[in-house]
Design a protein around this ligand. Sequence first.
Ligand SMILES: O=C(O)CCC(=O)C(=O)O
Ligand SMILES: [Fe+2]
Length: 203
Amino acid sequence: MESTTSYQGRIHNKTTRVATQYYPSFFDQKKATDTYVYLRDAIPWEQGVKSRKTGFTRLAKPLDPGDNKVVDDILTEALTKLNLVDKYDILGIYLNYYQDGTHHTPAHSHQGMTQLIVSLGAIRTLRVGNKNYFLGNGDVIIFGSSTHSVPPEPSLLNTSPQFDTTGRISIATFMKPTTFSPIIELTDENLLELVKQISLMDK
Ligand SMILES: O=C(O)CCC(=O)C(=O)O
Ligand SMILES: [Fe+2]
């Protein structure tokens, strides 16, 4: 039993470790600002997840792929430019709306997920593990199952040099690697396996 557990642990660590990749100004300012304004005004925002400690945290809206064309298009553009379209499936989308510096996201993690975040509007700190990223209008970041948070910034007035707002909207995207990867590393072993499968199909 014990060996099974540690074996699974090894596989788990191997498949879920994702290095954090930060892309400042991934989207141009006009596109980022237009998307912020559209989402701010068009989304029927709900009270986000409540924290046991602080109560209200932020406004939010869970979406599935296909629910909102603007969100789908911006995510497709990000995944296409990063050459990740074939590598990940989007399992869910969570929009967060921080209207001012009191709105925040407590520390949490998503086990086994890769998270891609598009940040729109005011600059806010995203803490991933023990590193701080100052996400601005149009930035994109990708990270794995590390603990992360958006701490309150009570002194926030207008931190966006390009954009007059204290509000921030994040498009948080939960992804898993596709089970079928078109990139198969050809080794002697899997070549042999492939030949066996093909000869079985012939029968
Ligand atoms: O707003 C952010 O950048 C983070 C949001 C987040 O972690 C989440 O929705 O799971
Ligand atoms: Fe998260």
